[in-house]
Design a protein. Structure first.
Length: 276
């Protein structure tokens, strides 16, 4: 065999081995993540929402690895914390919960944050390594040291920041704390194309291009979009906005069966990157 062909064959073989090893690592990580998603430590109510929120596919799309330092922004009652905290702990990573200010802002947010931190304390085997920081109005706009985390994730929160007119502060905080090359993962309720800003603020649905522009304004580059969390049954024209649908069901028993059949909202899923 000519020398050039021999070298080419060796190079191809090495590349195939590299791709094969990478695929094996990814498969192993997905298997561990799936074990946590199916674990008994998760509440049954939360597990029932997997069909709408697709945690395995979503976290894989966001390229979350177990050794990473990952910030979840405004974790609420801990739906994604149940999955991310033990996954990162077991893999040598770090989970940071960027919650509401604990002693500032609306009382209901302070109470929700206290409930979240009390909940973490009930299961130290899973959550003892969670680091809690404060983020949000009126003045808490720093997540940590600059260039110190691998990924920032936010699930169904951007509409709140748009309504409160502090989305710029939030996206800037994400940009500052992320390492060059770091990931910003976003999901939120997706508005119909052409929806005006006032309707976005009142309905909770945001135009996808609008959200992309807000992130790009802070310096992020859109890397990929996904339809993982899309829902074509969502008509987005409800009197109580997105909160008409599960899990909120703001209209109570009125047309409840109809809204449960629709399921949770149609959602954009976006992956951004902080340029190196």
């Amino acid at each position: 065999m000519p020398l050039f062909n021999r070298k080419t064959a060796v190079l191809c073989s090495l590349l195939m081995m590299s791709f094969s090893n990478s695929a094996l690592v990814q498969a192993a990580e997905s298997s561990k993540l799936l074990d946590i998603i199916n674990s008994n430590h998760r509440s049954e109510d939360n597990k029932q929402r997997d069909v709408y929120r697709h945690p395995l596919q979503t976290l894989n799309f966001f390229q979350i690895k177990p050794e990473m330092t990952v910030v979840e922004v405004w974790p609420g009652k801990g739906w994604y914390t149940e999955i991310l905290a033990p996954y990162l702990k077991n893999g040598g990573g770090q989970f940071i919960a960027a919650g509401f200010p604990q002693h500032d802002g609306p009382l209901w947010r302070q109470e929700m944050q206290a409930d979240y931190q009390n909940w973490l304390a009930t299961m130290p085997k899973m959550y003892d390594k969670v680091k809690v920081v404060e983020l949000g109005p009126p003045t808490y706009w720093t997540l940590g040291a600059d260039n110190s985390v691998d990924a920032v994730l936010t699930f169904r929160n951007v509409h709140n920041w748009i309504k409160g007119n502090y989305d710029n502060e939030m996206f800037n905080a994400f940009y500052q704390v992320l390492k060059p090359g770091g990931i910003l993962g976003v999901t939120d309720h997706r508005a119909t194309l052409g929806t005006d800003l006032a309707t976005m603020k009142s309905s909770g649905y945001l135009e996808q291009d609008f959200v992309i522009k807000q992130a790009e304004k802070a310096g992020f580059v859109l890397e990929a979009t996904s339809e993982i969390n899309a829902n074509s049954q969502d008509t987005k024209d409800y009197t109580k906005g997105v909160w008409t649908l599960p899990p909120t069901l703001r209209l109570g028993e009125q047309d409840k069966v109809r809204y449960q059949a629709i399921g949770e909202s149609d959602r954009m899923t976006l992956r951004f990157r902080k340029p190196k």
